[in-house]
Design a binder for this molecule. Structure first.
Ligand SMILES: [Fe+2]
Length: 132
């Protein structure tokens, strides 16, 4: 849950950042400011989980990385399915390009691994002793 929280909170921060960019294109300074506050809040949540994850890495690097691989491989943003008229709303959200798999890889996963001191080559290397 900590590793999911760490990932999800950063993804949420990125999501609000990109939404804020769209709002700025349309010119709504009050909403832009509000989104800026939310972004910072989400970033703080991420930072808490990241600090706990760093402790896990110190105690069990291989196990923590294996769990993180599992989180990343199954990661999905929460609550999308809860939107009214879900399919249409999800399609509208996707059309805004505020969050997608490429953004996840570039703005969430890679910076996250960098912050944890995990090289991409190490992250991609599955531990052969663990089965899942
Ligand atoms: Fe949060």
């Amino acid at each position: 849950m900590v590793l999911y929280g760490m990932t999800q909170e950063l993804a949420t921060c990125v999501n609000y950042r990109n939404l804020r960019h769209r709002v700025d294109e349309m010119g709504d300074p009050a909403l832009s400011r509000l989104l800026g506050y939310i972004m910072v809040d989400e970033r703080c949540h991420h930072d808490f989980y990241k600090r706990v994850a760093q402790l896990y890495l110190e105690q069990d690097r291989a196990g923590t990385l294996e769990e993180l691989r599992c989180v990343v491989q199954t990661f999905a943003m929460p609550a999308l399915h809860m939107l009214a008229d879900s399919r249409q709303r999800v399609a509208e959200l996707k059309a805004l390009h505020i969050y997608d798999e490429d953004i996840f890889f570039r703005d969430v996963l890679r910076p996250l691994l960098d912050a944890l001191g995990v090289k991409w080559s190490e992250f991609r290397q599955r531990n052969p002793q663990r089965k899942s």
